[in-house]
Design a protein around this ligand. Structure first.
Ligand code: ZN
Length: 502
């Protein structure tokens, strides 16, 4: 059995290596590749992902999984070996249900759709991309229907990103959250907004990036196994557990941009760098779900990086770095500026409080489109209506309305947004549990020390990689299933101090 298990592992490592090579190509494309390389690069990555898919869906893997079933049953559920077999089986059974021909068709379609979107958005021309989006919706339904027996047609589309969550679970959590969130958001936004003009002076890029890396290293980002480069859309990517990279972007007239992007991606990177090294090259060596991953970027960016305690320690350094710009600004003013809450059009620029309303709108629309309750052609007007109801403002155009996010134009419809809000909810739940075990964490943060928090997260979440599903990790780490309570408490406490709430 040991030999069979080793054979399975070797095959999985080959698949991993092809995917890692594709990851390097993608990273290069987003950072340093000249535009002339785009066409061939698209072909090269398509070739690699086809090869990886073929290798992973090889019948030999299915046979090995069958042969290993008694071995798996003889092992402890929590053992690394049983977990690897279990996870591989889950992924294999999904992968073989989607025909390779369908995958290739979808890849060609979404890359065309993406090209059209890059022109349609600046031109504010939804009609131009509408036929592509209609086709995407068809493909999305078709994809879901490779998995008959679902409760909701969105379930099979949510599964690869947030396994263990169904559309009904997400809807229930979101509607609970919505009830709490709407009054908080409107109590805050009916007051005069915080003055954030101090963030919009001239801040030279090099100093911004250097300061961000000082913070990333303090959080625990290991630069022997990581690096940061610039890109248009920041992301974290991993080629192995020894090479976990982040990217950021900066604006010289906006101090928050690079700094909070860096903190966010560092959170993702800490998760990947914290995974048990023994898992290298196997499917266990990655974060367990989109929601849990996002909980880590949000925890480091928002709960730590936008806290009063953090800036009590770091603001004097920031002031020294940008003495001319920040000398007249007090730490309190700065703290209020980086936590400004306002009704805004763009999801990615939204604050901690209103952000989730952007996500819920998209999630509800995904369900309605998949159910056939909403047509693609109705999207722009439905967007405006819902936006007005939720935010009290109407987007002046589609460019900053339905055309703003790349997700639907570069992938399937369904499952692409819920992880962001699950991440916000879970960030607070994990942080609250860490505090229960280590009440000294806020004092540590004020001293610029993050080890206790980092260790708690590593021991309870990071090191397990994908051994456990998201619901299992949440239960193990916090003793409870997912709950919105810690998140609501966090928002009430923090924003109750910054604004008056009631
Ligand atoms: Zn993220």
């Amino acid at each position: 059995m040991q030999a069979k298990f080793q054979e399975l592992k070797n095959r999985l490592i080959e698949v991993n290596d092809i995917n890692a090579a594709a990851g390097v190509l993608h990273w290069d494309q987003s950072t340093y590749m000249p535009p002339g390389g785009a066409k061939a690069r698209a072909r090269q990555t398509a070739t690699l992902s086809r090869l990886a898919h073929e290798k992973f869906t090889d019948v030999a893997i299915g046979n090995l999984l069958d042969t290993l079933t008694p071995y798996e049953k003889s092992l402890d559920y929590e053992s690394d070996e049983a977990s690897l077999i279990r996870l591989t089986r889950r992924k294999y059974e999904r992968a073989i249900k989607i025909p390779a021909k369908f995958m290739a068709e979808v890849a060609t379609h979404t890359s065309e759709s993406y090209q059209v979107w890059t022109k349609a958005r600046p031109a504010n021309d939804f009609e131009r991309v509408r036929p592509y989006l209609e086709k995407t919706l068809e493909y999305s339904r078709k994809c879901a229907n490779f998995f008959p027996g679902y409760d909701h047609i969105a379930d099979p589309l949510i599964e690869p990103r947030d396994f263990g969550m169904k559309a009904a679970d997400v809807s229930r959590v979101f509607s609970e959250l919505r009830k709490e969130l709407v009054p908080i958001a409107s109590a805050i936004t009916s007051q005069p907004p915080a003055d954030d003009s101090c963030l919009h002076k001239h801040y030279p890029e090099t100093q911004q990036l250097d300061f961000g890396m000082v913070v990333a290293k303090k959080f625990g980002y290991d630069l022997n196994r990581g690096r940061q480069d610039k890109t248009h859309h920041p992301f974290m990517t991993k080629f192995s557990l020894g090479d976990v990279r982040i990217t950021t972007r900066s604006k010289e007239d906006s101090l928050g941009e690079a700094l909070f992007c860096t903190m966010h991606e560092t959170g993702h990177a800490l998760y990947e760098q914290g995974i048990n090294m023994d898992f290298e090259g196997t499917p266990l060596a990655r974060g367990t779900s989109a929601g849990v991953h996002e909980s880590q970027s949000r925890l480091w960016e928002n709960i730590v990086g936008r806290s009063k305690g953090f800036w009590n320690c770091f603001y004097p350094q920031l002031q020294k770095t940008f003495s001319e710009q920040l000398l007249p600004v007090s730490a309190d003013e700065f703290h209020r500026a980086i936590n400004k809450v306002e009704r805004s059009l763009i999801r990615t620029e939204a604050d901690e409080v209103t952000y989730n309303l952007h996500v819920m709108l998209r999630f509800d629309f995904e369900l309605a489109l998949l159910e056939g309750e909403m047509e693609i052609r109705d999207l722009p007007s439905a967007w405006r209506e819902r936006f007005e109801a939720d935010f009290g403002i109407v987007p002046p155009d589609d460019k900053d309305g339905v055309l703003q996010d790349v997700h639907w134009y570069f992938g399937l419809i369904g499952g692409s947004f819920q992880g962001y809000t699950l991440g916000n909810i879970l960030a607070a739940q994990f942080y609250t549990s860490a505090l229960e075990s280590h009440p000294e964490i806020p004092n540590d943060i004020e001293k610029g020390e993050f080890q206790t928090l980092h260790n708690w997260l590593r021991n309870n979440i990071y090191r397990h990689g994908s051994k456990f599903t998201a619901p299992e990790i949440i239960k193990r780490a916090t003793g409870k299933p997912m709950s919105i309570k810690p998140y609501i408490n966090y928002l009430r406490t923090k924003y109750g101090e910054l604004y008056s709430l009631n």
